[in-house]
Ligand binder design. Structure first.
Ligand code: PHE
Length: 447
């Protein structure tokens, strides 16, 4: 293999990494998880998880990726030859494939809604009609699949062009667009009549609502939203340059990602309350409740087009990163060309997302532990595999890799004065593993 590829610019490094983190997780998953798990209380636990688990585990992944300059499996082989630590890489690949299996289906839905918004098909309907249409759409066989395949094809075009010309270029264009649209929505939402009730539901923590269940869901959400625990950030940081400031990058990504989640809450809850709708709507929140909210505004087609464009852009930069984990592995491990590796992954995910899309409709009696395949993929990957991956990664860095390697990476070989090094290393070594284990034990009712 020739020289390992690098991102071309500093902006590219931030845009791609934030692009991976900011996705359906922030705009679709976060508001409904917060809505179902206590609003402000969830938000507070979530922010704590980002600070004490998210940023340290992200630094841990950056150390592994940039030091080894390799894919997520080979990275552990290089750092601990002859050990079994590289199984963490396989767990990551499994998690990314499972997530892609249902993430692409929802990305397909966003395309359907974008299309309907543009063709002005989301106006003049009642709440009941929106619900009925959404149910009929997701339970039908062909239409959701068609959109999923179109979304897959867009991923293919970007991924097959490579790291700089595909992934980085796309992120540099789409991420600024995403932030502009978000700000426009924020202003719109806060100027709605009656928005303060929604804001207080979302921003005022009611401590009595914090239960072990709320905590375990907030932790899963933090890992999911920051793209942690599955090697995406190992893969992306292998494309960082020697000058990239790892702690600063991790903090920037965490702050931007959390801001987008909070902004989405600020956009969604006031709008929901102002229209007298229910915030506890679950996964349908953005697909049923929001079109209904836009419907009650002037120029509703414009708002819904902008919103579903935002959702599509966010989803695209994340699916590209989820794919890149396995593509980098296939290129390195089996010496495949990028085109071939990309094609193979497209095929695998096409099959999996077909099954998971059908599992909502005609195949809904196939159940795993009582869940549809679609729900099982989400639960198993986000709530279990990602935190387990994060736990193993922090144990690896804290206890098995020479501390000097971590110091070298986090201080760019002592070129940066880094007062935070000891604090971050302490969190990686002790705090993250202990807290993840405690949250698991209490979330599953063991303590
Ligand atoms: N972080 C992205 C999101 O919030 C998607 C993602 C999830 C990427 C899990 C990797 C791992 O939507």
């Amino acid at each position: 293999m020739g020289e390992h590829v690098k991102f071309a610019t500093k902006l590219g490094i931030i845009a791609t990494t934030v692009g991976s983190a900011v996705g359906l997780g922030n705009i679709w998953r976060f508001p409904y998880e917060a809505g179902m798990n206590g609003g402000g209380a969830f938000l507070m636990v979530y922010i704590l998880c980002v600070l004490v688990l998210g940023i340290p585990v992200m630094c841990a992944e950056f150390i592994i990726g940039r030091h080894s300059k390799s894919d997520t499996v080979d990275a552990f082989r290089k750092l601990r030859p002859g050990s079994r630590w590289h199984y963490i890489g396989y767990i990551g690949i499994l998690a990314s494939v499972l997530i892609l299996g249902y993430y692409l289906v929802i990305s397909g839905w966003t395309l359907e809604y974008l299309f309907r918004a543009i063709t002005n098909d989301l106006t003049g309907k009642t709440a009941a009609e929106f619900r009925a249409e959404q149910n009929a759409f997701i339970q039908s066989d062909l239409r959701p699949l068609l959109w999923t395949y179109i979304f897959l094809f867009i991923n293919y075009i970007i991924l097959s062009r490579g790291v700089q010309k595909g992934i980085e270029k796309m992120s540099n264009i789409l991420m600024p667009l995403l932030f502009v649209i978000l700000l426009v929505f924020c202003v719109r939402s806060l100027t709605l009549p009656g928005s303060s009730e929604g804001l207080s539901f979302f921003l005022h923590p009611d401590f009595s609502k914090i239960t072990p269940q709320v905590i375990i869901r907030a932790m899963g959400q933090a890992f999911f939203s920051l793209s942690l625990g599955m090697g995406i950030l190992i893969t992306y940081s292998s494309y960082f340059t020697a000058k990239t400031h790892l702690i600063k990058t991790a903090t920037t990504v965490a702050i931007l990602d959390t801001s987008v989640a909070i902004l989405s809450g600020i956009i969604i809850f006031p709008a929901v309350f102002s229209c007298g709708l229910d915030p506890v709507a679950g996964p349908d929140l953005v697909f049923v409740t929001l079109p209904n909210v836009f419907n009650q505004m002037p120029v509703s087609a414009l708002w819904s087009t902008l919103f579903f464009l935002l959702l599509t852009v966010a989803a695209l930069t994340s699916t590209v990163s989820l794919f890149e984990v396995s593509i980098a592995f296939l290129i390195n491990y089996l010496n495949m060309s990028r085109k071939k590796a990309t094609r193979i992954m497209m095929l695998v995910i096409a099959v999996l997302s077909t099954v998971s899309s059908l599992s909502i409709g005609s195949w809904s009696d196939i159940r795993i532990f009582g869940k549809t395949l679609f729900d099982a993929c989400d639960y198993f990957s986000a709530i279990i595999l990602l935190p387990v991956g994060g736990l193993l990664i922090s144990i690896f860095i804290g206890w098995f890799l020479k501390k000097n390697i971590s110091r070298e990476e986090l201080t760019n070989r002592n070129k940066l004065h880094e007062p935070l090094f000891s604090a971050i290393f302490f969190c990686i070594k002790y705090i993250a593993p202990i807290i993840i284990i405690l949250i698991f034990l209490s979330g599953f009712g063991i303590i």
